[in-house]
Design a binder for this molecule. Structure first.
Ligand code: ADP
Length: 286
């Protein structure tokens, strides 16, 4: 199979510096994010977990340049983000709303390539490669509404992959698909990540998913959000749903992150306060 990466550049570094977000509207201001500072290295896959309402989506939208921060900044490579930057692709949970229903699968995948100004022949080739990479080579002429939810999400991933972004941001992309499809899509993300060398930030509320996918898991506190802990995941590059998830290290990491998230729900804001039963340094220098 041809790699959809083609001549893709390697991923870019993302720096989140003292990011703060306060929603101000008609009612009381809501301080969603108090202060977040972290770095995602070029080509790294980092997952973000935290309780519901912790500010995960807010963080991702600020990182994507879809919403201005109140304070602090997000720096992509050397440039502070002030709007959706070139070289970044975003995949959201609501696949139903992210694809254009009046366009075929192939047209949906091709659209950002047109915006990128690629010539027709190259666009067609990249669309074919990307659809093949996500296992949808046989439905380029179908419309999104003719496909299952899982297939639609594959189209969204193919669109992001064909664009060859330096950074891929994903916000709970598999929350609405069935468990089996979810496993397949997780493997798809890891294989695309490995092939494209893209920097990935993946937001999920699913602890197992975060550990299975990530090289690192950022655990957020409850609102107003700070980072409770950065957990390093040392499960190796080659992961499979069966062996990785039954690895004792995986189980330890799950317990550790689960306890952190439970502590976050109780309002705990530092690891010291969390009184973990598995506080050991698991999987590296976490
Ligand atoms: P998560 O993705 O972790 O569930 P969100 O980022 O969606 O969390 O929300 C974080 C907090 O910010 C929540 O308390 C939510 O109610 C609040 N919030 C989100 N969007 C808005 C908005 N547009 N206006 C006011 N408050 C908001």
């Amino acid at each position: 199979m041809t790699s959809p990466a083609g001549t893709a550049e390697h991923g870019a570094r993302l720096d989140v510096r003292r990011l703060r977000k306060v929603y101000t509207g008609r009612g009381e201001p809501v301080e969603a994010i108090r202060e977040l500072t972290f770095e995602v290295k070029a080509g790294e896959l980092v997952c973000v977990v935290g309780p519901s309402g912790a500010g995960k989506t807010t963080l991702l939208r600020c990182m994507a340049g879809l919403m201005p921060a109140t304070d602090g900044q997000v720096v992509l490579g050397d440039t502070a983000i002030s709007g959706p930057p070139r070289g970044m692709a975003v995949v959201l949970q609501e696949y139903g709303r992210s694809l254009f229903p009046w366009m075929t699968v192939a047209e949906n995948v091709e659209l950002p390539l047109k915006e990128k100004g690629l010539p027709k022949g190259e666009r067609k080739q990249k669309v074919r490669d990307a659809l093949e990479a996500v296992g949808l080579a046989d439905v380029p002429g179908s419309y999104p509404w003719q496909l299952s939810g899982g297939m639609q999400q594959r189209v969204a991933i193919a669109r992001a992959a064909a664009y060859e972004p330096q950074v891929l941001l994903m916000d709970e992309p598999f929350a609405a698909v069935d468990a089996q499809t979810r496993f397949d899509l997780e493997d798809l993300v890891r294989s695309l990540w490995q092939r494209l060398g893209v920097t990935v930030v993946f937001v999920t509320h699913d602890i197992d998913e975060a550990i299975y996918l990530g090289e690192r898991v950022l655990v957020l506190s409850a609102r107003p959000t700070v980072i409770l802990e950065e957990v390093h995941v040392d499960l190796g590059a080659e992961r499979t749903q069966l062996t990785t998830r039954s690895d004792p290290e995986f189980a330890q990491l799950r317990t550790h992150v689960y306890e952190l998230v439970q502590a976050a729900k109780r309002g705990v804001r530092t690891v010291e306060e969390a009184h973990l039963t598995h506080p050991a340094h698991i999987g590296g220098d976490a």
